[in-house]
Design a protein. Sequence first.
Length: 219
Amino acid sequence: MLQQLAEYMGEQVSSLQNESLNEMIRIMQTTCKDSVDLIRDFVDQEFLDSANVELKTERVDMVERVQQMMNSYQQAESLVDKHFQLIVPQEPIYISLDVNKFMQVLNNLMSNAVKFTPDGGHITLTVAQEPTTVRFTVADDGIGIPKALQAGLFDRFTKARRPGLRGEKTTGLGMSIIKTIVGLHQGHIWFESEEGKGSTFYIDIPLDLASNPDGRQKA
């Protein structure tokens, strides 16, 4: 998010012809880019090197957590020229999961939606409790995913990888890692997308991981 904000700020102030201000923003952009690349390298390497990633589960109110996350996006919506909406119930939804890893999943899906949604577009995150699962939905009205790329979207180093609308970098590992983390939570992820009309990603996570506390997938 900071990297994207720095890029938008750079575009907005370029016409001011203030070299000192432009230089400060260039430093922000470079620092953010280097930091994001470093974090991505560490995260990618964790899942490339380890076949037995363990979850550190805790009982968490996911309504509260996603509200905190979406506050950041909504505060920045005028800068990134996107409209963010959060749909959650009024009451808490408690679920046992590795909150750090799972919030990475939601942030990655939100970041992808930002990258592939044109200015003025809409991005919605929905959380709803089902009888035995919690469903998380990230929907956008962006450019969508071409039919030819959909089948391999969750593959490692997928051919479906594309730069964002502003040229944002991608390694092709993001969706593979998302699926891995969801799988470690015994969850299920799928999507619907139509080119030119947007994409919707769905994640179902069991309410209780107690029967399989180490987070490894059942056979």
